[in-house]
Design a protein around this ligand. Sequence first.
Ligand SMILES: NC(=O)c1ccc[n+]([C@@H]2O[C@H](COP(=O)([O-])OP(=O)(O)OC[C@H]3O[C@@H](n4cnc5c(N)ncnc54)[C@H](OP(=O)(O)O)[C@@H]3O)[C@@H](O)[C@H]2O)c1
Length: 288
Amino acid sequence: MAELNFKQELVGCFGYPVAENPTQAMIEPAFRDMGLDWRYLTLEVRPEGLEAAVQGARVFGFKGFNCTIPHKVEVIQYLDGLGESAELMGAVNCVVNREGKLIGENTDGKGFVASLKEIDDPAGKSIVIFGAGGAARAISVEMALAGANRILIVNRSATRGQELVALLNTGVKARCPELESVYAPWDGDFQIPSNTDIVINATSIGLYPDVDARLALDASTLASHMIVADVIPNPPKTQLVKMAAAKGCRVIDGLKMLVGQGVIGIEYWTGRSPDASVMRAGLEAVFD
Ligand SMILES: NC(=O)c1ccc[n+]([C@@H]2O[C@H](COP(=O)([O-])OP(=O)(O)OC[C@H]3O[C@@H](n4cnc5c(N)ncnc54)[C@H](OP(=O)(O)O)[C@@H]3O)[C@@H](O)[C@H]2O)c1
């Protein structure tokens, strides 16, 4: 008779609010597909409970956990170390238990770059990014580390946009000397420079329930040689995605990025690669 084992390995997500976070719906099917008896727990952790929750993860022997709003920055003080991009960004979305040490990583931008690399190499490319929040920060740092050499940050709040450009032109540029990053104000419909290779919406415009919200951009400046990406996972077919597809652009939707960062998280936690198509199917089943 096979040896009985009722103890599952644990990972999860700490957030507040967290109930609507769909990550479990893509991670647990991947574990089942990999033959792993692991659980991904969606855990509501209030800000005042974060330190105790991290201690709990240590005591329960979690293999790691994701952090979402509002914990991505605050969690750092309770960890044992940071990976390179988490250190550069000052934000952690994935904690990994490496031989008893909890190490903070940031997989949001890495997931984006992995999905981009399926269709093109970011090295040497000229990028326009709308947004300067957490997603824009993660994507721009990782695109720079992947060799992008011009990054234009377009953001509603000039202060936030300029802060991100300052980060790119100091800490990140020290590792990527070719990088040139500039802030552009966002007044009215933004005109994409014709030498742009990749356009990315990293704002929350278009996220459910505001599905008809329009990203202010001059559609006539979108050209078919451009790759257009949107971080919005729900719904995956945003107004921008539809507009770009109609223009003949190659398109990356927000589910690809979500799956991409989930793949990297599973690789960090288990040391094995999951099937991305199983993960996407898990998400599509809940977003249908
Ligand atoms: N697919 C994925 O795997 C993935 C991963 C991470 C995040 N995301 C998505 O990325 C989005 C952004 O997340 P975040 O963490 O970066 O949020 P955040 O830190 O709050 O930043 C939000 C960004 O959106 C901009 N923005 C919001 N509403 C706007 C409007 N009406 N007009 C112009 N700009 C607007 C903000 O501009 P201001 O600075 O001017 O306020 C800011 O740049 C969310 O929808 C999230 O679901 C997706």
